[in-house]
Design a binder for this molecule. Structure first.
Ligand SMILES: [Cu+2]
Length: 355
């Protein structure tokens, strides 16, 4: 890419300051070196951790106040090594060590002091683009931090909805794929409809230099990224992670209502979200919570860089499998979460032995 067109490209991403090659103290030339190093990096790089999969029940509580406040929120970038599945490791990039990054929950009109920390032990520059923010690059232009740097921006959340945030450096597809995305939920003044439980999931896909399940360390594969042919398609960075066989299933009881927040990082693959053995009784596509919800939808497309809000009723016991209905991703590429619904059988609704 010619220098001028590269500059325009970077500017389009909200990364470069207008007319300058130096952005927020970070030389793009140095960043270019970082990219080449990243591409040649092979083998495990970074601290080994037990898991990157976020706990899907780790969600800030619904908001009941009717006045705006200021939040001080720190996102810390952690480049870590973890297992995609047992015996298969990968170099993940995360906000706060988890995929998806922490769910940020605010009310329309709230102010956020957002600090992005990039510890000196990391290898790469990072930043963050919030789709809930009016401002250059959704904040990316002013949060670009080299290892050892930290930056703070302040923004006011003016429009309600569920929005993705993600890393937006020039290799943003590589960074998002590796785990750098999450959700910011901006509640409207009247709040969200009441439910019994809430869960938070993040879908993304990994491009590795091996086949799914091949033991050992998988390196990032830029050729597969270019071809948009992922090795794994995952919830929360882990193959079948949110099931009883691994980190545990989601739980609920018969008669409850559940709200699922789904953030799709991608970077390229659209989720076709579907609950096997249930239906999405209310759907706010795009996380557009002020819109009228769709009713009783079966499979809902959530594109990369977007969110879905889904309500389910749970009238009968048993597992509800949460999938992307492009089912090769489930059967062969690792995508699955299970919601275990406990309670008495309801034979007038579903009866496996009607004799
Ligand atoms: Cu990044």
């Amino acid at each position: 890419m010619k220098a001028s067109s590269r500059r325009d490209f970077l500017k389009g991403l909200g990364v470069a300051a207008a007319g300058g090659l130096i952005t927020s103290g970070l030389s793009l030339e140095a960043e270019g070196r970082g990219r080449r190093q990243a591409r040649s990096a092979a083998g495990p790089m970074g601290r080994r951790v037990e898991r990157v999969a976020a706990d899907p029940s780790d969600i800030p509580p619904p908001i009941h106040r009717d006045w705006p406040i200021t939040h001080n929120i720190t996102l810390r970038v952690e480049e870590v090594v973890a297992e995609i599945e047992p015996g298969v490791t990968f170099n993940f990039m995360t906000y706060n060590g988890q995929i998806p990054g922490p769910m940020i929950r605010v009310r329309q009109g709230d102010v956020v002091n957002l600090t992005l920390e990039n510890p000196a032990t990391n290898r790469l520059p990072h930043n963050v683009d919030f789709h809930a923010v009016y401002g250059p690059g959704g904040g990316a232009a002013h949060t670009l931090v080299a290892p050892g740097q930290s930056k703070t921006i302040r923004f006011r959340c003016l429009y309600p909805g569920a929005y993705v945030y993600h890393c937006a450096v020039p290799d943003l597809d590589y960074h998002i794929s590796s785990g750098m995305f999450g959700m910011i939920l901006v509640e409207p003044p009247e709040g969200l409809p009441p439910v019994d439980r809430e869960y938070y999931l993040g879908q993304h896909e990994l491009y590795t230099d091996k086949q799914p399940g091949e033991p050992g360390h998988h390196n990032f594969d830029f050729d597969k990224l270019f071809a948009e042919k992922p090795t794994y398609v995952l919830f929360n960075g882990a193959k079948y992670g949110l099931t009883a066989e691994r980190y545990g299933a989601l739980k609920a009881k018969v008669g409850e209502t559940v709200r699922i927040f789904l953030a799709v990082g991608g970077p390229n693959v659209t989720s076709n979200f579907h609950p096997i053995g249930n239906v999405l009784s209310y759907v706010w596509r795009e996380g557009a919570i002020l819109s009228n919800p769709e009713r009783n939808a079966q499979t809902v497309a959530v594109p990369p860089g977007s969110c879905g809000i889904f309500h389910m009723r749970l009238p009968v016991p048993g597992p509800v499998k949460l999938v992307d209905h492009a089912l090769t991703r489930v059967a062969r590429k690792g995508l699955l979460a299970v919601l275990e619904v406990e309670g008495p059988e309801q034979p007038d609704i579903y009866n496996p032995n009607p004799a």
